[in-house]
Ligand binder design. Structure first.
Ligand code: C2O
Length: 507
């Protein structure tokens, strides 16, 4: 195993990815799109971040990494660290012990859709599908906005937008462009790693006349399963095998089509699709793709994990989250779990864990606005999520992949255990799952990873409007691991941000 080091100088650069508008975007080392992080399973990943934005703080989250023993490297600001102030540097250092397709993004409120988002690929020397493919490709899908997130957020959470209508994207991108051609060779099989790095829109993805064979979702290997079209919600990943045709007679489109059901209004000017090409021969035709309604989306609930891990068939700890959107006294629209909208605590929740001794097991010390749940070690935890909102929401849990054991259809209301089909014996695990409108889902995981982990909707608008819960897992174990060992640069981030942290966090 090796140490893989990246030096990221984060700064504003200009880009025009859809050819319609040049705008400032957040780049790395003067470049945008930002680089793909690549490591091999077992490697130590070190990312040295320098914040050269000048006018904004930043942080990096490695989406899907469990961060076992390193919850302080997870990235969400005011949760596991203070934000990196302009001019300051900060090092993330973690062991990557899981294979597959992940991504990294800023975890400062509202920032990643301005461009600070890229794939993170963990190669597996023991990849069980290795013999099935010749080459690998990475495709990142996303929505795109012409205005900056600062401006969009200011008008989103606003008395003039009491219904909470989310800003509608201006276009869709693949690999941060609208002109992607991927050279393919006849007869070869490609492993295509797809990531939705967007702010909001899920995308329906298909490859004209080529079947996708799903082999991984969110870092979990699956029994190979064929799909004509995949619904790729914000933050989700799918790896699929595609075998190229034997002839070079024509080229084939692949399409990402934004789910317009998510949008309150669809401007006439919006092209919801981004089209890329499997290029067999540059001189041959590029026939226009079929339309979205020619395909049926594949049901991710039908997937089976390759390791056949059994359903956790008893529950030690239930967390029920009833979510809704509503207005607060300021007239703006916010998002709520159990009537609480998340407000960033002044002191990062992790540092409260580290500085409060035996009191760290008392949820009340974490304040009234963090939707906090304290777990003990090795419980089977069940999250029941009731979506009392007419929108779809992709929910993500940090630090774990959960079993998706129940997900109801649209308009089925709150979860009712007496009226539910039997749970799958070998449920699929993933770290981001979509709940349907006015419907519910049930997730289970084992609390075997001490840390402070967010559970939130991955639509960045809803992160800003507070759709976040905080899971404080085995706080006394976190103390055993980390009191006295938070690195100096992490503590300095709080000092420059003028966040008072108790001496204990420093040891
Ligand atoms: Cu992609 Cu809170 O994360």
């Amino acid at each position: 195993c090796a140490t893989v080091t990246y030096d990221f100088d984060v700064s504003w650069v200009y880009a025009n990815p859809d050819g319609l508008q040049t705008r400032p975007v957040i780049g790395i080392n003067g470049q945008w799109p930002v680089p793909t992080i690549r490591v091999t399973k077992g490697d130590q990943l070190v990312v040295n971040v320098k914040n050269s934005l000048g006018n904004q703080t930043t942080s990096i989250h490695f989406h899907g990494l469990y961060q076992n023993g390193t919850t302080h490297m997870d990235g969400p600001t005011q949760v596991s660290q203070c934000a990196i102030q302009p001019g300051e540097s900060f090092t993330y250092n973690t062991t990557v012990d899981q294979p597959g397709t992940y991504w990294y993004h800023s975890h400062v409120r509202g920032q990643y859709p301005d461009g600070l988002r890229g794939p993170l690929i963990v190669t597996d020397p023991e990849d069980p599908h290795k013999s099935l493919y010749d080459e690998e490709l990475v495709l990142s899908f996303s929505d795109w906005y012409h205005d900056s997130m600062t401006d969009l957020l200011a008008s989103f959470i606003n008395i003039a937008n009491p219904s909470g209508a989310e800003p509608v994207p201006d276009s869709a991108l693949v690999n941060e462009t609208q002109n992607l051609g991927v050279k393919v060779q006849p007869g070869k099989t490609y492993m295509i790693r797809m990531v939705n790095v967007g702010a909001f829109a899920a995308q329906y993805v298909w490859f004209e006349d080529h079947t996708m064979r799903v082999v991984e979702v969110d870092g979990i290997y699956t029994e190979p399963t064929d799909a004509d079209m995949i619904y790729l919600a914000a933050a989700q990943r799918y790896s699929v095998l595609i075998t190229a045709k034997n002839s070079t007679e024509q080229n084939f489109a692949f399409v990402g089509s934004m789910d317009q059901d998510l949008f309150d209004t669809v401007p006439a000017t919006l092209n919801p699709n981004v089209t890329g090409w499997l290029v067999y021969d540059d001189n041959k035709d590029k026939p226009a793709p079929k339309t979205l309604d020619s395909f049926e989306p594949f049901d991710d609930f039908s997937l089976v994990p390759q390791d056949k891990e059994d359903l956790y068939d008893h529950v030690d700890h239930t967390i029920q989250l009833d979510m809704k959107m509503d207005n607060l006294d300021d007239g703006a629209n916010y998002a709520f779990f159990n009537d609480v909208t998340w407000i960033a605590p002044k002191v990062p929740t992790l540092y409260t864990v580290l500085s409060t001794g035996a009191n760290a097991t008392n949820p009340l010390i974490y304040g009234s606005n963090t939707n906090q749940f304290v777990l003990q070690a090795n419980e089977v935890v069940e999250i029941i999520l009731n979506n009392d909102d007419p929108g779809k929401h992709p929910f993500h849990l940090h630090g774990h992949a959960f079993q998706v054991i129940h997900r109801s259809d649209e308009d089925s209301g709150f979860y009712n255990p007496t009226n539910t089909p039997p749970f799958p014996r070998t449920p699929m695990r993933r770290d981001t799952v979509l709940v349907h409108p006015n419907a519910n889902m049930v997730l289970r995981f084992r609390s075997d990873n001490p840390g402070v982990w967010l559970f939130h909707c991955h639509i960045e608008w809803h992160v800003a409007s507070g759709l976040i819960a905080t899971i404080i897992e085995s706080p006394l174990d976190i103390q055993r691991q980390l009191v006295g060992s938070i690195p100096r640069d992490h503590l300095d981030a709080c000092r420059t941000a003028r966040v008072p942290i108790a001496g204990n966090a420093a040891g």
